[in-house]
Design a protein around this ligand. Structure first.
Ligand SMILES: O=C([O-])CC(=O)C(=O)O
Ligand SMILES: [Mg+2]
Length: 600
């Protein structure tokens, strides 16, 4: 026998139990603020925004949260002061990371207000480098669910399981299998820190609403034996599935995501072998791979400025890449595109690159079977000579540019940096591996060993350096300058694909945001403090490229001129500073309109 229960709207001022608080009835809420799904409230990321201590007393009474927070309705300035003071009490970066994760979970708008106001200080705690340590220790520090975990065992049921995600309107997902997290290797389900961190930047930089983001980690097993033996490890102990099994799983996953959210944008992140999925899905889904394409585009954006400042024409540049994995090849290919754009033939452009891997210079006659993605750049002009390591290649090529995508911390030795300074007036030095511990050199080393002449960008942030009485600022050539705008542009134009033209446009957009003052300082990237404006500009260029490639579906945007479209984009962006005020305004309006107004 079943007992039917009637749900009664809670009476204002009379909050009976904590259950009523954590699982509030939503009938009285303005539509915009209603949780979009009836799943347990704990999964609705902005549930706790209703407990924001800045909400006015009448609004608290209306929301029936009155009495559940301390009495004083305080200003954001006071809230911020408290948060920063609490952060200052923490003694380790992991504690800071956890504090900020919990704040995001408990009061999403306050977290994003803080992040956008203190972007330079807080991004390294939410994103690289600290997210790297968080992923390494994920199963030890785990506190709350913030994304979806799907396992190989779930194959055949993905579509059903995806229904469990409580948010109805997901616009973008970042998906990893944890197999190559930053430069830290296979971290299994610990890789979840990356989708969460990347999507926090989607919201912070590009104003994608927090509930429109889906962090997704798939557990296809791990080749990391230490994880198999770690009793705290939260993933499966199976070995990594085969490539064929992975593809079968991914085919189902992609279809299931699109089935539930037909317009979803899918970003692949930190996969050990990302090329097959990019080739397989790029035509049929609005998807891209951030490590190949995002990194490629952002480095191209930095190289555009560096090549100009070096005074050397593109055809006379010689670039040595340490690291010829997905990111290395992605970056080199993207710069080839730029050189072709500048008038070189593809063969001329390609011949400006020398890729180095663990066996030395990548040549066609090296005697080993080259991985598919390395063949394009393999040298044929080495006259049978082989060069076994970076030092030998550097001596042979005498490069104008050195790029590090090797995850070998310190690989750009003082000797190499000094040689770069000897051969070039403005040597271009880009140690791009993440996190900071894997950077091929530090900013300070690059400045000191080139007498301050390096044109520099690194993947993770470095502090400014004082050298010979002058302050130097290093650029951060991190894909965070482009991926949020690529996603935003794709979402807003409802594009059905992310084309190579859109990726190219994203990289080209970045240097257009560098100010005159920054140019004087030889900076290759705009200040991260303007990251929201940069993301809007990137989105503008991405939308224009989508229109050119005819993959956009919101055709009325084609009629807008650039200034109008950029303003329209900015207007669409979630602004955490407006959220509580909007809630205030909506409730006030409702309270005036309704006859059954709770007593205020
Ligand atoms: O996450 C970052 O900072 C950049 C990136 O994609 C990587 O290193 O894999
Ligand atoms: Mg990555």
């Amino acid at each position: 026998m079943t007992t039917s229960t009637t749900t009664q709207a809670p009476v204002a001022h009379n909050v009976g139990s904590l259950a009523a608080v954590t699982s509030p009835t939503t009938a009285h809420l303005p539509a915009h603020h209603k949780p979009k799904h009836n799943a347990p409230a704990a999964h609705v990321p902005n549930r706790a925004a209703h407990f924001d201590t800045s909400l006015s007393i009448p609004v608290r009474k209306y929301l029936q949260t009155y009495g559940l927070t301390p009495p004083r309705a305080e200003s954001y300035e006071v809230q911020k002061k408290r948060c920063l003071a609490q952060l200052a009490l923490k003694t380790t970066d992991i504690e800071r990371f956890l504090y900020l994760s919990t704040l995001r979970y408990n009061n999403v708008h306050l977290f994003y207000r803080l992040l956008t106001d203190h972007f330079t200080e807080l991004t390294p705690l939410v994103y690289t480098p600290v997210v790297g340590e968080a992923c390494q220790r994920w199963s030890e520090i785990y506190q709350q669910p913030e994304g979806m975990y799907l396992s190989f065992e779930d194959k055949g049921h993905l579509s059903t399981i995806i229904q469990n995600w409580p948010q109805q309107n997901v616009e973008i997902t970042v998906v990893t299998d944890g197999s190559r997290i930053l430069g830290l290797g296979d971290l299994g389900v610990g890789g979840m820190g990356i989708p969460i961190g990347k999507l926090a930047l989607y919201t912070g930089c590009a104003g994608i609403r927090p509930e429109g983001t889906l962090p997704l980690t798939i557990d296809l097993g791990t080749s990391n034996k230490a994880l198999h033996e770690d009793p705290l490890y939260m993933g499966s102990r199976r070995d990594k599935v085969t490539q064929a099994e992975e593809i079968e799983f991914l085919d189902e996953l992609m279809a299931a995501l699109k089935e539930r959210w037909p317009d979803i944008v899918i970003q692949f992140e930190d996969w050990k072998n990302p090329f097959p999925s990019l080739e397989r899905y790029r035509q049929d889904y609005a998807m891209f791979n951030d490590d190949i394409q995002g990194t490629g585009a952002v480095i191209m954006g930095g190289i555009i400025g560096a090549v100009k400042q070096s005074g050397t024409a593109p055809k006379d540049h010689r670039a040595v890449f340490l690291g010829s994995g997905s990111a290395g090849v992605g970056v080199a290919k993207q710069i080839v595109d730029y050189f072709v754009h500048e008038g070189l033939t593809e063969d001329e452009a390609k011949s400006c690159f020398w890729l180095v891997d663990s066996k030395g210079l990548v040549t066609q006659d090296r005697g080993d079977k080259l991985a598919e993605h390395k063949i394009y750049f393999s040298r044929t002009d080495n006259n049978g000579q082989q060069f076994k390591n970076l030092d030998e290649v550097i001596e042979y090529v005498k490069p104008t540019i050195i790029m590090g995508l090797s995850t070998i911390g310190g690989a750009f030795t003082p000797e190499i940096l000094q040689k770069m300074a000897k051969w070039n007036e403005r040597p271009i030095i880009f140690p791009l591996s993440n996190p900071s511990s894997k950077s091929e050199c530090t900013f300070e080393e690059a400045i000191v060993h080139t007498e301050g002449r390096a044109l520099f960008a690194s993947g993770s942030p470095f502090q400014p350096v004082m050298y010979n009485g002058k302050m130097y600022h290093g650029g951060q050539g991190n894909n965070m300058y482009v991926f949020p705008g690529i996603g935003l542009g794709t979402i807003l134009s409802k594009s059905v694909q992310v084309t190579q033209g859109m990726i190219y446009a994203s990289g080209e957009a970045v240097p257009t945001m560098i100010t005159e003052e920054e140019k004087q300082l030889a900076l290759l990237y705009p200040s991260v403090t303007r990251i929201r404006d940069v993301s809007a500009r990137v989105a503008l260029h991405v939308i224009r490229a989508a229109q050119k490639d005819n993959v956009d579906r919101l055709h009325h945007l084609r009629e807008m001129d650039d200034a109008t479209l950029e303003a329209w984009i900015k207007d669409k962006m979630y602004d955490p500073h407006k959220e509580t005020q909007e809630l205030e305004d909506e409730v006030r309006e409702l309270v005036q309109d309704f006859s059954a107004t709770p007593r205020l």
